[in-house]
Design a protein around this ligand. Structure first.
Ligand code: G3H
Ligand code: 13P
Ligand code: ZN
Length: 348
């Protein structure tokens, strides 16, 4: 199966009432772990690469590795997505390379740190949407700013510093025509999201529900959605790591989100924890080993286990064969004719 439009993948998820995990990758083993989980659970999936990943791996490697995944597993609908594009040029280069979907994160300026103005965000996102939709490529935008910093990306601070204003979300969707919208509801990237199990005072599911009521056709995206399970933290600490106690986003809150318009759920940290714990265990228990396969194999298996669990929890499991992927021409035609227009004024 060729790479699939993320828009089609999320439209199908909306029809089926489930969410789709979008998992970050930097290398071959992570791609294999995700595909292993998708095959195991019969799930459609989004594989995404950040700017940091594109630099780390050289994005042409990532592109061809993901293509290999699509080639090896034609039964799995697979979208290839740019995570947190910081400028029009970054998104354009991903599209030209062959990504089927891009995120224009205009909530921050191109430095990836300073919050932008609403007008700046609308302007750059609209420009990416025009360029992308002409080519049948999906666009995710972001309104509001997540907490934390990952790999130099992020405004820092708490997840509550720039929570999304629902009225602005509606205006943003209307003026940009994005296919999917990331919103800030109190989460942060990375392992340190909450200092205790989050309740409604720090994880603003009420805002998400309000936005979905106003924007029923726009697919909502939850970033910073790792659950940071205690068992994964414990493995790292047991084998010489030093993670401080921390809480992530409980799966039941994500499931509440899915019942209220969340179609894409971004997970990276949980997989990083699983990989690191597995490698530490091999190093600690068998220090005589030095063949990378001796620790990369358990690391890949540990990540596959986490991804398969999330696929089941998000509800995408079992849905890989529900639909035939549309060709790029049909997607382009859908955007041209207005059939794929999500703007609130066009979908009433
Ligand atoms: O956006 C956050 C993702 O976890 C990607 O992180 O920028 O360190 O690759 P990264
Ligand atoms: P986590 O750090 O919670 O895994 O979030 C990942 C993410 O949002 C990638 O864009
Ligand atoms: Zn993110």
């Amino acid at each position: 199966m060729p790479l699939v439009s993320m828009r089609q993948l999320l439209d199908e998820a909306a029809k089926g009432g489930y969410g789709v995990g979008a998992f970050n990758v930097n290398d071959m083993e992570q791609i294999q772990a995700i595909m292993g989980a998708a095959v195991e659970t019969n799930s459609p999936v989004v594989i995404q690469a950040s700017r940091g990943a594109r630099q780390f791996a050289q994005d042409r490697y990532l592109y061809h590795l993901i293509l290999a995944a699509a080639e090896l597993h034609p039964e799995i609908p697979l979208a290839m997505h740019l995570d947190h594009g910081n400028s029009f040029e970054t998104c354009k280069s991903a599209i030209e390379l062959g990504f089927t979907s891009v995120m224009m994160d205009g909530s921050l300026k191109p430095d990836g740190k300073t919050p932008s103005t609403f007008e700046e965000n609308v302007e750059v996102t609209r420009k990416v949407v025009d360029f992308a939709h002409e080519r049948g490529i999906t666009v995710e935008g972001e309104i509001g700013v997540l907490g934390g910093v990952e790999d130099g990306h992020g405004a820092g601070g708490s997840g509550l510093d720039h929570v999304t204003d629902p009225d602005q979300a509606v205006e943003f969707a209307e003026r940009t025509g994005v296919d999917a919208l990331a919103i800030a509801i109190g989460t942060s990237h990375g392992a340190y999201k909450f200092t205790k199990k989050p309740d409604g005072s720090v994880l603003k599911m009420d805002i998400l529900i309000a936005i979905h009521k106003h924007l029923p056709k726009t697919h909502l995206v939850m970033h910073g959605s790792s659950s940071v399970p205690k068992d994964l933290q414990d493995i790292i600490n047991k084998y010489g790591g030093n993670l401080k106690p921390t809480w992530g986003v409980p799966v039941e809150e994500i499931q509440l989100g899915i019942r209220n318009g969340v179609r894409k759920i971004n997970v990276d940290t949980d997989n990083r924890l699983a990989i690191t714990g597995a490698i530490r265990k091999v190093f600690a228990e068998t220090p005589e080993k030095f063949d990378p396969r001796d620790y990369l194999k358990p690391a890949r298996e540990a990540m596959q286990k986490v991804v398969a669990e999330r696929m089941t929890q998000f509800g995408q499991a079992g849905h890989a064969a529900d639909y035939a992927p549309l060709g790029i021409d049909a997607i382009i035609e859908g955007y041209k004719s207005g059939k794929l227009d999500t703007r609130p004024s066009k979908t009433k």
